[in-house]
Design a protein around this ligand. Structure first.
Ligand code: CIZ
Ligand code: SF4
Length: 321
């Protein structure tokens, strides 16, 4: 703990010296989220992280999250230095959607509007007409559908089917999944609900359909946090990364938050309600990034790709004020 306090003090000093600000995702470890709050940075979902990074006047952004979040920050503010605790923090949705294969899929459907989730590489975004996050995907698809547009959606198939069901839009889908949300298990959730009949179930739509169907509220991280404040229940069963409990508990200290069950044994569960890549964002790595920068930590995006990817990203930020 003494060592942790030392690292925190060092990070605070480095943030000041470099005119840098720490931007953290809700899925990072609680101490990272607390540090971002203490130092005037932000804790948010990917949409708000992007907006905060773009609007902040710091010279350097240090992004605690996964790679696409750092890339998005760089694309939106090419003149800023964007650092990450580790460039090895990937995302299974991004990894499962290689740009060349995705471009082929798009070429097979030239009549469709391409809508991609923010959890993708710069190259996939560059191929898209729209980028969305889970907090505005539903509204955007409703809008496009009302204009009579047919949609090509990628890469999360669960989020895609959820939106398709809600809107009735004509969608073809890339078949990606999140390793964390894909592990939630419906039978175990039913058993858990029997033990806590008074609990409300909160579900992120990257989860499988049979989990979404049991939800009292479905939504993005920020929407689930809101639901945990507005629903009258005292107990919540939460099907998303457990990192989110930090903010939920902070806002509602007297309520009880329980993790929804995953497969729950090491053999089948690779992640168990905590993203292994989000977990790479530790204090030591943050201090190192701020101290040394360099190729281990600094985000670079090919300028041509960045220019192309900026178009659908700007559209996203303008759609959802
Ligand atoms: O699962 C993720 O990576 C999420 C929910 C990102 C986001 O939109 O904040
Ligand atoms: Fe990607 Fe899932 Fe991790 Fe989010 S929680 S970064 S979607 S692997």
């Amino acid at each position: 703990d003494e060592q942790k306090a030392e690292y925190k003090a060092r990070i605070k000093q480095l943030l000041q010296d470099n005119n840098a600000v720490l931007v953290a995702h809700y899925y990072t470890d609680p101490e990272i989220q607390a540090l971002a709050e203490e130092t005037g940075g932000c804790v948010a979902d990917s949409l708000e992280m992007a907006r905060f990074g773009r609007d902040h006047d710091a010279d350097t952004l240090i992004v605690a999250g996964v790679r696409f979040m750092g890339e998005t920050a760089k694309i939106l503010t090419p003149h800023k230095t964007v650092l990450m605790p580790t460039l090895k923090a990937e995302c299974s949705l991004d990894l499962g959607c290689p740009p060349d294969k995705f471009a082929e899929f798009c070429d097979q459907h030239p009549d469709r509007t391409v809508v991609v989730y923010a959890n993708t590489s710069a190259a996939v975004k560059a191929r898209a007409d729209w980028v969305v996050t889970s907090s505005m995907a539903l509204e955007l698809v409703e809008h496009l559908d009302s204009q009579g547009e047919k949609i090509l959606w990628g890469p999360d198939r669960h989020l895609g089917s959820y939106i398709q069901k809600q809107t009735g839009a004509d969608m073809v889908m890339w078949q990606g999944a999140c390793v964390v949300h894909d592990e939630f298990k419906a039978k175990a959730l039913r058993d858990m609900k029997k033990l806590h009949p008074e609990a409300a179930i909160l579900v992120h739509p990257e989860s499988p359909q049979n989990i979404v169907e049991m939800a009292d509220a479905v939504g993005s991280t920020s929407q689930l946090i809101k639901a945990s404040q507005t629903l009258p229940n005292e107990t919540f069963i939460v099907a998303t990364d457990r990192g989110i409990f930090y903010k939920m508990q902070q806002l509602q200290p007297n309520k009880t938050f329980l993790e929804a069950p995953t497969a729950g044994n090491g053999a089948t569960c690779r992640s168990c309600a905590h993203c292994p890549w989000m977990a790479m964002n530790g204090l030591v790595a943050i201090a190192e990034a701020l101290e040394h920068g360099g190729e281990q930590h600094e985000i670079h995006v090919d300028p041509q790709l960045a220019k192309e990817a900026m178009i659908p990203l700007d559209r996203m930020l303008a759609f959802k004020k």
